[in-house]
Design a protein around this ligand. Structure first.
Ligand code: GDP
Length: 454
C-alpha cells in the first residue's frame, strides 16, 4: 500500500497491460521500459521533447507479494548476441518505474523536480473473461459450456466423457482429476486452433495454482440427485471456490486499482488465420472489455464504488509486419473490431484511443518490384530458418467492413485476398548510447497512457 505521504507528494499511476496470450504483452513492457530508461527514440513523449524528464529509474515495487516482471531477463533475450523472443506472460507481475520530472508551464516556477511512480501491472486478458463466471452457478455454467462444446469437433472427446459420467456417484478424486485433465486438454487444443474463448482463464494459465483442487473441476450435466459428497456437488463447490478464491481476489486486489490500461491485440495474426479467427477475436474482446464497463456486473460495480479506469488504449501489435503505408488501415480495422463493444457504454467515461504499434521492430521496409508493380514490403530474419526474407503481407482494405462483414457472416476464407504472415526473429542490435531498441509508436502509446501525469 502506498502511504498517505507517498501518494500525496509522489503520485502513483497504475498502468495495466493486458491482452490475450501471445498478443505481445511481454515484448511491449520490455520495449517500453527500455525506451523509457534510454529515451533517444521517444520524440512523441511530450515531457521528453520538452526536456523535462531528468531521470527514469527502476525501483522496488510496492506490492512485495507479486512476482516482479523479469525486465532484465526479457531484455537480455531480445538484445543478446543471438536475439530471441522472451518467454510470454503466464500470470500477473509488476514493475515500478519512477520518473523525476520538472513541472511544465505555470508550475515550473514553483520549486524543483517531482517524482512520479508508474506501476506497470502485466496480467493475462484471459483472466478478465472470468468476470462472466461470477454471475453464473455451476449448473448454468456447465449447461452453457456443454452446449457450446457440442458444436466443436475438438471437444467431442471431452463431451462424450462428461455425458458418460454419473455425477450422483460419490466423488472419486481420480475421476475428478481425469475430467479436469480432459477439459484442460480440450482448452489447449481450442487455443491452438486459434479459439479465444478458452475459459476458465486459470486452466491454461494456472500460475502457482496448477494441480490444486480449485482448478480440479469441469462442466458436467446435472444428475437427477446430487447428494452430499457426490462428484457433481464437489465440482459445484470447487467452481464456487474458483470464483471466490481466485477470480474475486484478482479483481479486488489488482484490477480495481488500475488507473490506465493498454489492451494489446494481435489483429494481424487473426487476419492471417482467416475470417473465423477475426470473428472470434471480436467476440472475445467484447467480453474482455465488459470488465471495463462497470454496471454490467453488480459485484464489480460495488467493488469499484465509482472509481474507474481513466484511459484505455487499444493497440494492434506487431505492426512491423506491415509497411508503414498500411498502418492506418490496421488501426482502422482495430478500432472497427471494438466499435460495438465500445458504443454500448463507451467505457463509462474513460478516454479511449486506438493505434498500431511494434514494441520491438524486427524488420526494415523495402520496396520490391514485381511484374512492373512496386510492392511495399518488410524484410527481416525468419524465425524458422534464420535467413533474410522480404514479405509482402497483402493489401489490407482501407474500409474495415471488407474484412469484418465476411467474418461476421461466417465466411470460411477471405474472398478476394490472401494475407500472408511470416514470423521474424528479433534483429541483432547495436544501440547508440541513450537509445532504446527500435519500435513503432511506443512513444505515442506512452504519451496517451501517462503523458498528462508527467
Ligand atoms: P504475451 O503472451 O502477450 O506476453 O506475448 P509476447 O510478448 O510473448 O509476444 C508473443 C510473440 O509475438 C513474441 O514471441 C513474438 O514472436 C511476437 N511479437 C511480439 N511483439 C512483437 C513485435 O513488436 N514485432 C514482431 N515482429 N513480433 C512481435
Amino acid at each position: 500500500m502506498a502511504s498517505v505521504s507517498e501518494s500525496f507528494f509522489e503520485p502513483v499511476v497504475r498502468v495495466g497491460v493486458t491482452g490475450l496470450s501471445r498478443a505481445g504483452k511481454t515484448v511491449f513492457i520490455t520495449g517500453m521500459v527500455a525506451n523509457l530508461l534510454a529515451r533517444g527514440r521517444m520524440p512523441q513523449l511530450k515531457a521528453e521533447a520538452q526536456g523535462r524528464i531528468e531521470a527514469v529509474y527502476l525501483q522496488p515495487q510496492p506490492d512485495v507479494t507479486l512476482p516482479r516482471f523479469d525486465y532484465e531477463g526479457h531484455l537480455a533475450a531480445l538484445t543478446g548476441d543471438d536475439p530471441r523472443w522472451p518467454a510470454s506472460t503466464r500470470a500477473i507481475s509488476e514493475l515500478r518505474l519512477s520518473f523525476r520530472v520538472r513541472p511544465a508551464g505555470f508550475f515550473a516556477s514553483f520549486g524543483g523536480p517531482r517524482v512520479v511512480h508508474v506501476d506497470i501491472v502485466d496480467y493475462p486478458g484471459e483472466w478478465l473473461l472470468d468476470l462472466g463466471l461470477l454471475d453464473q452457478s455451476y449448473d448454468a455454467w456447465s449447461e452453457a459450456t456443454l452446449a457450446r462444446l457440442a458444436k466443436r469437433a475438438e471437444a467431442a472427446e471431452y463431451v462424450a466423457q462428461a455425458r458418460a459420467e454419473d455425477g450422483s456417484l460419490r466423488l472419486d478424486e481420480g475421476r475428478a482429476r481425469a475430467l479436469a485433465g480432459a477439459f484442460t486438454a480440450y482448452l489447449a487444443v481450442a487455443r491452438d486452433l486459434g479459439r479465444v474463448d478458452c475459459t476458465p482463464g486459470r486452466f491454461l494459465l494456472p500460475g502457482d495454482l496448477a494441480g490444486s483442487p480449485v482448478l480440479t473441476f469441469a462442466p458436467l450435466p446435472r444428475p437427477a440427485t446430487t447428494g452430499r459428497g457426490s462428484l457433481w456437488r464437489e465440482m459445484d463447490r470447487r467452481f464456487e471456490a474458483y470464483k471466490s478464491r481466485v477470480v474475486r481476489p484478482f479483481f479486488r486486489d489488482h484490477f480495481a486499482k488500475i488507473d490506465r490500461q493498454i489492451v494489446l491485440m494481435d489483429v494481424l495474426g487473426a487476419i492471417h488465420q482467416g475470417p473465423r479467427a477475426v470473428e472470434d477475436l471480436r467476440r472475445t474482446m467484447a467480453e474482455v472489455l465488459g470488465a471495463f464497463r462497470p454496471g454490467r456486473n453488480g459485484w464489480l460495480t460495488g467493488l469499484l464504488g465509482g472509481r474507474r479506469v481513466e484511459r484505455i488504449l487499444f493497440a494492434a501489435t506487431k505492426a512491423d509486419h506491415l509497411h508503414h503505408e498500411q498502418h492506418p488501415a490496421l488501426t482502422a480495422i482495430t478500432a472497427a473490431l471494438l466499435a460495438e463493444a465500445k458504443s454500448r457504454a463507451d467505457f463509462a467515461g474513460a478516454r479511449t484511443g486506438a493505434l498500431s504499434l511494434a514494441s520491438l521492430r524486427a524488420t526494415v521496409e523495402e520496396v520490391v518490384q514485381r511484374d512492373g508493380e512496386s510492392l511495399p514490403c518488410v524484410r527481416g530474419r525468419l524465425l524458422a530458418t534464420g535467413k533474410q526474407a522480404a514479405m509482402y503481407p497483402g493489401l489490407l482494405p482501407s474500409d474495415p467492413a471488407r474484412l469484418l462483414s465476411p467474418a461476421r457472416e461466417g465466411a470460411e476464407a477471405w474472398l478476394d485476398a490472401e494475407f500472408g504472415l511470416m514470423s521474424f526473429a528479433p534483429a541483432r542490435l547495436t544501440l547508440k548510447p541513450g537509445e532504446g531498441p527500435p519500435h513503432i509508436r511506443l512513444d505515442r502509446a506512452v504519451e496517451f497512457l501517462i503523458g498528462d501525469r508527467l
